[in-house]
Structures are given as structure tokens and as C-alpha cells.
Design a protein around this ligand. Structure first.
Ligand SMILES: *Cc1c(COP(=O)(O)O)cnc(C)c1O
Length: 384
């Protein structure tokens, strides 16, 4: 069956973003590609092989089922996978057998990992997550002697793969002090481990915002999500970069473009209502086009009479209510429009671009949420 719209993922844009990120991070910092949340809406199935083709070989996910998807999608035997959040006890053996690394933030998981490693007769690749001030997950310092004891006692079963933490909002200067205290706490605890004779293979703390704003947080590895997809973690992060680098243009390119086609065209007489109910009245003779995308496809009803799409390189307005499968747009300003003409819902056309955030300003969602909410029932297609 032919879909009524599709989401294109640009390889060139990913290459561009990774080149920029590598340049910024320098040659000694490993970049882990964060692909939780269906690779921020791009889908693991399509994104991971693409990222591998662009030279990426470390991927971070939230849970074991996502790790499984990455394993399935990856083709490079060297590719590493790390679970940053949820793994059930009954998934530990699978992870260990498949060399999937995982965060541990409580003693029970660490002990279960030890037991599973013994059963499987292979080492568990554990990252010790530290509580440094976010107060989400992470070992508290009083638990660390026990952690160190386990790591020292069972070096064959528990491989000290990483020492890590996560910052509570590095994308906003308002959190500066909190992040600074977290950095101090992390460095202090890292030294504590070293004094115990325990050195992790990788120290990692930074997400996109921290990696850009606070270079000392890069350490051995950075966990980059949103920026590889072409978005800044916040406007503030871009402004900060722009001031520091003297660069006005956004060096990132968005991978995603959501496209459909004109389904039908017609002329409406003055004084007629358009679509359901009376939310839009034609004040003059106008030409309208229907586009086969509606709220069932993730085009929010809150964009009724507000949304914009691109046709012939021009922004045209959604008029009337967003229907389940259709929107109606005002194309009076366009000449010689035909059925089948490309409609861009998110992405570029000619000199114009509708970014996910412009889509979001109307419906008040941030890029992270908008991307992960791009409906999975729309096929993704990798384009050059
Ligand atoms: C999501 C996530 C990241 C990546 O964050 P971005 O802002 O998208 O770069 C890094 N670390 C952890 C623990 C995360 O959950």
C-alpha cells in the first residue's frame, strides 16, 4: 500500500552534523549516539544503519528492548550498545551474552548482574551511575564502599566499563550552579574510585548541552542525542555557541523532512464555510487544496486554522479544522497547482523551511517531544 505521506531522513545532514560534532569534541572523545525514543522519532531500524555508515559505533538506549532493536539493526560486529535506564533481571543474561553494557544504580542490580555473569560465564559490562545532584537514579556515596567491594572482588564477572552521571538541565544557564556542583561531585567520586585502585574504561557525563557548553564534562565519552539529529538542546545553547565561536549560522542540519502530496484542488465561493462547522469562512473567492494528512497521522488538531505547510516553496495556511486524515490549505496565492504536487509539512522546500519547532510553537511542544511523537505509522525513508 502507498502511504499518504512519508518522513525522509537525510544522510547528508547526518554526515554534516557528525562532522561538526567530531570537530567540536576533538579526536580523543568517543561520541555515543543516543537512540532512545525510537532514535528521537527517526526509528532505530532506519537510523542505526545510517549512523553506522557514517562511522558511528557506540549507541545508547533507554531500555533492553531498544538495545535489542539496535542489535538487530546494526551490521558492524564492533558496534557497542549501552543501556542507560531500564533492564529487568530476566534480561540481564541476554545483555551479558550479547555484550550489551548497562548502567547500574542500585546494589540489587549489581548483585543480580554478578549472578547472571556467573551463570553465563561471561563478564557483565557495568557502568556505575553516580548520584551527583539530579536525584533521579545513581548510587549515593554511602553505597560506594559496597560497590567498590563488589568490583574488586569479582573482576572476572563485573567489568568496570564506565563511571557516569547525568546533569539536571545543562541546556539552561539557570541551572549553572547545580550543574557545576554535579561536576565537582563527579570528579571527587572519580578520584575516590581511583584511590580504591578502580579505574573505569570510560568516564562519561555529558549530553549534547553539557558537551557543547562545558568542555571539561566531555571526559572519555559524550552521549549525544538531539544534536546529531540537527537540533540544539535549547535556543540558549545555540546562542552560547554562536557568541563563543562568532558563527551566526546554524551549523546543524535537520535530518527529518515530512512530506505529502496535494490530494485535490477546488474553488470556493465568497461567503461559503470551508470544512467542518463554521470555523472558517471564505471572505472572497479562494482556491483550496486538500492534503491527506490529519490528526491520525500526528498533525495535531490544535493546528486547526493555525498550521502552515509548504507548497511551491511558499508557506500556505491550514484553514478550518484539522480532520482525522485530511487538512485543507489556502492555495489562492499559488498558480497552476496540480494534484500530486509535493507538500512539505516539516522540512525544506526552495528557500523556505518549516522546522519541527515552528510546528511546535503552535502546539507548544519542545523539539525532543515533537520528534519522539512523530507518528510511527508514517514510513521513514533514508535519502541522500
Ligand atoms: C537522553 C540522554 C542523553 C542525550 O541527551 P541529548 O540532550 O539529546 O543530547 C544523554 N544521557 C542520558 C542519560 C540521557 O538520558
Amino acid at each position: 500500500m502507498l502511504p499518504t505521506s512519508q518522513i525522509e531522513i537525510s544522510k547528508r545532514a547526518l554526515e554534516n552534523n557528525l562532522r561538526f560534532l567530531k570537530e567540536q569534541m576533538g579526536p580523543d572523545v568517543c561520541i555515543s549516539s543516543v537512540v532512545k525514543g525510537h532514535a528521537y522519532g527517526h526509528t532505530i531500524e532506519k537510523f542505526v544503519p545510517l549512523a553506522e555508515a557514517c562511522g558511528m559505533s557506540h549507541f545508547s538506549v533507554f531500555d533492553a528492548s531498544e538495545a535489542y532493536e539496535v542489535k538487530k539493526a546494526a551490521s558492524n560486529p564492533e558496534t557497542e550498545v549501552m543501556i542507560m535506564g531500564m533492564i529487568d533481571n530476566n534480561q540481564l543474561e541476554w545483555a551479558i551474552e550479547n555484550e550489551v553494557a548497562f548502567f547500574t544504580f542500585d546494589l540489587e542490580r549489581l548483585e543480580n548482574a554478578l549472578a547472571a555473569a556467573r551463570r553465563v560465564k561471561r563478564p557483565a559490562l557495568v557502568h556505575i551511575e553516580l548520584e551527583t545532584g539530579m536525584n533521579r537514579t545513581g548510587f549515593d556515596s554511602y553505597q560506594l564502599p559496597e560497590v567498590a567491594h563488589l568490583l574488586k572482588s569479582y573482576p572476572e564477572e563485573l567489568k568496570f566499563e564506565g563511571l557516569c552521571t547525568h546533569f539536571a538541565g545543562a541546556e539552561s544557564i539557570g541551572n549553572y550552579l547545580r550543574v557545576k556542583n554535579q561536576r565537582k561531585a563527579f570528579n571527587h567520586l572519580y578520584k575516590w574510585f581511583k584511590n580504591q585502585g578502580l579505574t573505569p574504561r570510560l568516564r562519561h557525563t555529558a549530553c549534547s548541552a553539557a558537551a557543547m557548553r562545558y568542555p571539561p564534562t566531555r571526559l572519555d565519552m559524550v552521549r549525544i542525542g538531539i544534536m546529531q539529529y540537527g537540533f540544539w538542546p535549547s535556543r540558549e545553547t545555540f546562542i552560547d555557541f554562536s557568541i563563543r565561536s562568532g558563527q551566526q549560522n546554524d551549523p546543524l542540519e535537520r535530518l527529518v523532512a515530512w512530506k505529502s502530496k496535494v490530494m485535490d484542488i477546488k474553488r470556493v465561493k465568497t461567503g461559503e464555510y470551508v470544512g467542518y462547522g463554521s470555523s472558517y469562512l471564505a471572505n472572497e473567492v479562494m482556491d483550496i487544496a486538500t492534503v491527506p494528512v490529519g490528526y491520525a497521522h500526528g498533525f495535531s488538531r490544535s493546528l486547526s486554522n493555525l498550521g502552515r505547510v509548504l507548497i511551491h516553496g511558499k508557506r500556505v495556511a491550514v484553514i478550518g479544522m484539522v480532520n482525522m486524515n485530511v487538512i485543507i490549505v489556502d492555495v489562492s496565492q499559488l498558480d497552476s497547482l496540480e494534484r500530486g504536487t509535493e507538500v512539505v509539512i516539516i522540512g525544506k522546500q526552495g528557500d523556505m523551511e518549516l522546522s519541527v519547532s515552528s510546528f511546535g510553537e503552535f502546539s507548544e511542544q519542545v523539539n525532543y517531544e515533537l520528534l519522539t511523537r512523530l507518528p510511527l505509522n508514517i514510513p521513514r525513508k533514508v535519502v541522500e
